[in-house]
Ligand binder design. Structure first.
Ligand SMILES: [Zn+2]
Length: 374
């Protein structure tokens, strides 16, 4: 049995207390409380041994000497505790350092929710996410990923901080006006979390090749660019499909935020979604937005941008951990007024999609003339 060499660590978010002389309660959350109604002192001692520095085998031996129970029985208790997300089985003895201290709430959350604890944290520390766009959405998402424990970020944005950005863009202050958004984001996040590696680029993304240069080597790409509308998403999509990198897209309107994810191995892509929305009216509107000369103001408030980015980051985490198994081919909408999520548009992989379709050789379609990419 491989697991006897592992080190059980009891999740320290669970309060353990005697409710009555004959009742031990573990946890105090309304949906996650366990009661044990016999052998209280045995269980208290057992829980105390689960400190991440003793192997399953050592704990079983100790319980055997003191209480005469078989090793197998203790293995079973540990397995049951693990199944109830009361502990995590660590591959190595728990090593407490400053980084673990900084992330202790996050790691305890990952463990207590049954997502993988330290193992998930280590995995996140090793991945790299590229965020295209460092404005209201991009900079806020960068902060969220940074605090989830993602170890490497690459930030791309050609713009400087303007006065009108400061109100709704979480990381910028009035002192930053005139500075590159990427640089300020990098500096602020490094002050917030010194354990992250952040690289930046100030190039403007005009073509598929531009995006390919920035995203290669990434495990995920978040597209938070909104200009030029549709084209920014299309070039990101094409680059990510070619490099086989999963990607995420988000948008904000005044009453709702929207997001969807593309997995090159299994799902339809941005162009499949655009195709499913296609109509004469859609083409007209897309063309208008693309060639618009009117100076439009973004109608948004800080609480809604933060709601949007928190929703996206949490949803991405659920997908990354495998809790949400099938987010593909769905455009999700989060209502800022009802605080509700809906799969707003469902689409499918289109066989004549110019990016991911198998029969895309001779596709001549007006929508791709309107939303041309290079
Ligand atoms: Zn497609």
């Amino acid at each position: 049995m491989e697991e006897v060499k592992k080190y059980p660590l009891f999740n320290r978010d669970r309060i353990v207390y005697k409710l009555r002389e004959d009742c031990l309660r573990i946890g105090a959350e309304d949906d996650d409380t366990i009661e044990i109604k016999s052998d209280i002192s045995f269980w208290l001692e057992f829980i105390e041994l689960l400190d991440g520095t003793k192997t399953v085998e050592a704990i079983a031996k100790q319980m055997n000497q003191k209480y005469g129970i078989s090793l197998q029985k203790t293995y079973t208790f540990i397995k049951q505790f693990e199944q109830r997300n009361l502990l995590e089985l660590l591959a190595d003895s728990y090593h407490y350092d400053r980084r673990m201290d900084y992330f202790q709430s996050v790691i305890t959350y990952y463990s207590s929710k049954g997502l993988g604890g330290v193992e998930l944290f280590k995995k996140l520390q090793n991945i790299k996410i590229t965020i295209l766009g460092c404005g209201g959405g991009g900079a806020n998402l960068a902060l969220q990923l940074c605090q989830l424990g993602v170890g490497n970020l690459h930030l791309v944005d050609p713009d400087i901080v303007n006065c009108d950005n400061v109100n709704r863009q979480v990381l910028f202050t009035m002192d930053d006006i005139g500075q590159m958004k990427t640089k300020i984001t990098q500096q602020t996040l490094k002050r917030k979390n010194p354990y992250i590696t952040i690289t930046v680029s100030n190039k403007r993304m005009n073509s598929v090749a531009d995006v390919e240069n920035e995203v290669q080597g990434s495990d995920w790409v978040f597209c938070a660019m909104d200009e030029p509308p549709y084209v920014a998403q299309r070039i990101t999509n094409k680059a990510c499909m070619e490099l086989k990198i999963p990607s995420l897209y988000c948008f904000s309107q005044k009453s709702a935020g929207k997001m969807f994810m593309v997995n090159p191995a299994v799902s339809g892509c941005v162009d499949c979604l655009l195709k499913s929305c296609d109509s004469a009216e859609f083409r007209k509107l897309a063309g208008l937005f693309l060639n618009n000369k009117q100076k439009l103001i973004t109608a948004n408030i800080y609480p809604n941008i933060t709601l949007l980015c928190s929703w996206i980051a949490k949803k991405w985490l659920d997908v990354y951990c495998g809790i949400e198994k099938n987010p593909w081919n769905k455009l999700f909408r989060f209502s800022f007024d009802l605080f509700e999520e809906k799969a707003f548009v469902k689409f499918k992989k289109e066989s004549n999609c110019p990016t991911c379709g198998e029969n895309n050789q001779d596709t001549v379609d007006d929508i791709w003339e309107v939303l041309k990419i290079e």
